[in-house]
Design a binder for this molecule. Sequence first.
Ligand code: 13P
Length: 261
Amino acid sequence: MSRNGSGRRVLVSGNWKMNHTHYEAIRVVQKLAALLRAAPLPDGTDISLHPSFTSLRSVQTALESDSVPIALGAQTCHFEDGGAYTGEVSAEMLSKLNVRYVIVGHSERRALFGEDDEVVRLKLDAVLRHAMTPILCVGETLAQREAGMAESTVSGQLIAALKDRGPEALGSIVVAYEPVWAIGTGLTASGDDAQAMSAAIRRELELLDGDVSRSMLIQYGGSVTPANAGELLACPDVDGLLVGGASLDADKFVSIARSGR
Ligand code: 13P
């Protein structure tokens, strides 16, 4: 598969974080459905939507009852299938809601909720165990970038999560490069920076499995907007986008998803 050719697959994911009640979520999904009915996405472009847990069932019903071409996603999960973990939601529970993608290791989870590489790996195991696709987030802080440690930080996160996994598991993982300094700040990595790190990630994946690495999707995330999405998706090793703030608005999100062609 050529990386930027017509056979290219693109995945644009909307991470709603802790935004939108289930009422608001349904309204946004209805708007998305109308936009996609009026003009379908380009061939090869897929969208996933990651609402909060309280909206998952409503969004699932809205998507399925209208056959809206959007995959359901979640923002995290627990690594155990069940048990005394007050407040947590398991991967098994998500899979029964037809969740297809689960974000794992988002930098907000790592920084604010103490998720270390070991927990991230266990969560990845749980998502794969229930036949869903993990979106594994990696990325460096500003201090790490300024210290010249951006690549080594990302490579350490990748190795911790992915080492000793076979081709089948690797082939069903999406990697999202989200530089922490670009998240919610309005600062976006330039196309050159996004491409350089995505290529470094692909080299790291090649070491794990040469064949599989070529078809693995690498997303970029961090202050993506309709204005910068085209430049980012034009990068040969950027296969999609993980969008926060701009995905809360149906028009902006669809406009971003259309930027890949
Ligand atoms: P923003 O697009 O709001 O910067 O968020 C990016 C992000 O963290 C997506 O997971």
